[in-house]
Design a protein around this ligand. Sequence first.
Ligand code: FUL
Length: 595
Amino acid sequence: MKYKMLNSVVALAFGSLLLSCSTPVDPPSPYGVLPTEHQMTWQKMEYNMFIHFGPNTFTNVEWGDGKENPKVFNPSAVDCRQWASVAKAAGMKGIIITAKHHDGFCLWPSNYSTHTVRESPWKEGKGDLLRELSDACKEYGLKFGVYLSPWDQNHPAYGTPEYNQVFANTLTEVLTNYGEVFEQWFDGANGEGHGGKKQVYDWDMFHEVVYKHQPQAVIFSDVGPGCRWVGNEQGHVGETNWSRLDVEGYEPGAKGPNPDSLNMGNIFGEKWVPAETNTSIRPGWFYTPSTDDKVKSLSKLVDIYYTSVGRNSTLLLNVPPDKTGRIHPNDSTRLMELRRAIDESFKENLAKGKLTATTTRGNDSRYAVTNLFDENYDTYWTTDDDVLTASIEMDMGEETTFNRLLLQEYIPLGQRIAEFNVEYWDNSQNSWQPVTKATTVGYKRILRFPTVTASKIRINITNSLACPILNKLELYNAPDFSSETSDVKSASLVEKNKPTIIELAAVEEIKGFYYVPQNKVSAPNIQRYNLSISTDNQKWTVLKLNELFNNIRNNPLRQDVGFDQPVKARYIKLEPVELTNEGDKYAIVDFGVLK
Ligand code: FUL
């Protein structure tokens, strides 16, 4: 009897415990600044196409100076439907086009410029590329976005206060005539216009115009407000990547945050400004036939996918149409290879079996760890507010071979996880063994590690700024596409006051020169230079004075510079005037003549 009594007391106590467990527990309060609904939609797009097209496509330069004859713009077979179909087949969700680059040429017949497609022979001046592309995007179910450079080397008003209004009007045209725009890309470059005039941009006014006409548009710049540059054009955001950024006191362009902040965000940043990794499939942003054989390799592109999408960033991959106005087969073939590689890598999710967590918020099944397996973005696992560390274990029930782990943090409630590691159960040693460790997760984190075979895996969250919230866990065994080594060549470092001189075997006719900088954004490469020639190493003729290597800061590539006419010389002297990163030495990988 006594025994029976005891039993029912236990049963009673257990029952009330169960009851308290099923009392709904409130979801965690948001932590820090949060993404807007539009930033969430944008983040989920993950992979988009960038299109650089304009006079530069025909003059083979990266930065036109606005003095080009608009007649150079004459593609013979523009086919925006081909661009869209390639983007779609590549798995991209949107296309952003350089509606106006630094040369000021407008790809639509703007009423605020006399340097547009209207002045070109293309379609006898009746064409409108923004119309064609926005229509093609609609047809293919892609979103449409626009790049507009405030820096305009053609517009006569550039450098005067009136120009800001001109730019606002230009922006209004683009944002009111072509349907919905998902992203407004503002280039921060701010150079001189006619007669060396520089502009003080009225960013507040520009942003107002965007939000008035396209409230859902995510605005890109070094400081957002919608999304941010990652501080390089090589295709990698930081391994640590916070979607928060300190923006106070900074401006787009040269007055932006330092490259590390852009690359990694700021852990306690004051605004939600997620990263967009923008890079080109070719060495430069614009098409030129000399890069037909330099389309990035599959392994390089796969790598870029992991160092962007795999690190809590979107990827904006530039695919520049050629002189006919079509995407070159070398580029489209590579994009299809990349698609296949991604599909193959993430074909079979091996995450299955029993999932357990050391702790679950209020023991409430709404926050159960099994939510990591479902397809619902808005269900997640989390812990009690004061629990900042936890482990999740997956027992797959059988030996499984894998080399990729995908995690997603539920960022609508803020980015929280700061450090975690992964372990596997080693049967032979009867212990947990390390697989890898990392810092941030964010919207999506894909970890690559050497292949492991195990039946159990454990994720230990060792540091989180608030209770961790995860909504996805996937495991894969991806084929190896990474055969490429780093392409950063070592450079000679030369004292800044010592010019570099080449001596040819004899006096020869030369057509130009090339300079190969170190392919690293942080290298002290030559940005402005003087170039002189001589036949006797005594009397020098200056051919280039205080000239700029275009875009060398953000994209440190070999620079080919032609002379107006061939010259005869035996000695060629390159003198740095200004470096991309100041110091007392400059970097030089190679310097030579074009014959
Ligand atoms: C940079 C520009 O100067 C390049 O030409 C290119 O458009 C790149 C995407 O942005 O700031």
